[in-house]
Design a protein around this ligand. Structure first.
Ligand SMILES: [Zn+2]
Length: 166
């Protein structure tokens, strides 16, 4: 195989491969009884590190590897985002018995069907939040940060204009 073809294969195949392998190892490990902690954080960290290393090794544009005086802000934004997500998750989980009486997760379904159901529910939730964030003014003020990046890299989804010099 020509080096150019190999590079294209890695460029376009690595993300689906890493995502698929991560899902298989996560679901397989959890189904086999591996403990949630530290299994999930370690596997997710390994997947993110793999994507980051590939991004460094095979960038789409080398200029996007350079810090645009935004990396620290993007990292802070990512940590704040994660903290907010974990807090909301904790609140929702704590309050779940109040609103979910009589509603049961279909845990008798095969694991693959439950994984698919989680994907549908999660994707629909994220899509809905994103859709509302584009249409409600006060939510857009928070969300606009997410669309302000001037380069495409691993932290683009966490990018923030607050750090970018005018
Ligand atoms: Zn958006």
């Amino acid at each position: 195989m020509k080096p150019k073809n190999t590079k294209a294969l890695i460029r376009y195949g690595s993300y689906p491969l890493i995502l698929g392998a991560t899902a298989i190892v996560l679901f397989g490990g959890l189904a086999a009884g591996w403990p949630y902690f530290p299994t999930v954080p370690l596997i997710v960290a390994a997947a993110l590190a793999s994507v980051g290393l590939l991004e460094r090794r095979l960038p789409f544009h080398t200029a996007w590897q350079q810090d645009h005086r935004d990396s620290v802000c993007d990292a802070i934004h990512a940590v704040v985002n994660l903290a907010v997500l974990l807090t909301v998750h904790g609140i929702v989980a704590a309050l779940a018995p109040l609103w979910s009486a009589g509603v049961r997760w279909p845990d008798q379904w095969p694991l693959w069907a439950q994984a698919l159901a989680v994907g549908v529910v999660l994707d629909f939730s994220l899509y809905s939040i994103h859709w509302v964030s584009h249409r409600v003014d006060w939510l857009w003020r928070f969300h606009a940060i997410h669309h302000s990046s001037e380069r495409l890299y691993g932290q683009t989804g966490n990018a923030g204009t607050l750090c970018r010099p005018g």
